[in-house]
Design a protein around this ligand. Structure first.
Ligand SMILES: CC(C)(COP(=O)(O)OP(=O)(O)OC[C@H]1O[C@@H](n2cnc3c(N)ncnc32)[C@H](O)[C@@H]1OP(=O)(O)O)[C@@H](O)C(=O)NCCC(=O)NCCS
Length: 147
């Protein structure tokens, strides 16, 4: 797969929901999501990024951002389809996110990732330099509190 074959969209239409559920089924923290919850999530997410293979219409990448447009944006659910990884699609998503006009003046963009993903995000200026800050989380999701 070549990035020139891929179109970036800022919506996921209802007819694309089954494909988004397939994408979510491929990642450990999104696998248990339901269509109803994901529909509500899409409606409430400030910015949605979808990568669609032009010729087939297949959804091959997704990410979303919630933001107050001024101080903080949080990057969530960055996922490229397993059979399409390593072709530059993850980079295409991150380029679109950090280059988005709505995020250009937002003071901080934050994300949570596993240690092995840190080199990936460093390319776009994300660092571990968070001062004395520590992540705290109040969650009903047991997946987010395990090892
Ligand atoms: C992380 C993910 C989005 C990267 O997507 P991708 O399409 O494979 O990434 P790209 O092909 O655009 O890679 C861009 C560059 O980052 C590098 N990279 C990709 N994954 C990496 C990783 N885990 N660690 C370090 N570097 C990585 C690539 O080697 C590539 O480098 P290059 O330009 O020198 O070749 C994808 O692997 C994925 O969906 N993983 C599962 C879901 C997940 O864990 N998402 C992150 C949630 S925080």
């Amino acid at each position: 797969m070549n990035v020139s074959q891929i179109e970036l969209r800022e919506t996921v239409e209802a007819d694309c929901l089954p494909q988004l559920m397939d994408l979510f089924a491929s990642a450990w923290w999104t696998a248990g999501r339901t269509g109803g919850d994901v529909t509500r999530m899409l409606a409430a997410s400030g910015l949605v990024f979808a990568l669609v293979h032009r010729a087939s219409g297949r959804l091959v990448g997704f990410a979303r951002v919630i933001t107050d447009d001024v101080y903080l944006a949080v990057l969530l659910d960055v996922i490229v389809a397993p059979d399409s990884r390593g072709c530059g699609l993850g980079a295409m998503l991150l380029d679109a996110i950090v280059g988005h006009p709505r995020l250009a003046t937002v003071r901080s963009i934050e994300l949570v990732c596993q240690p092995d993903l840190m080199p990936f995000y460093r390319r776009w200026g994300f660092t571990e330099q968070v001062g004395r800050s520590r992540l705290m989380r109040r969650t009903a999701d047991p997946l987010l509190t395990g090892d």
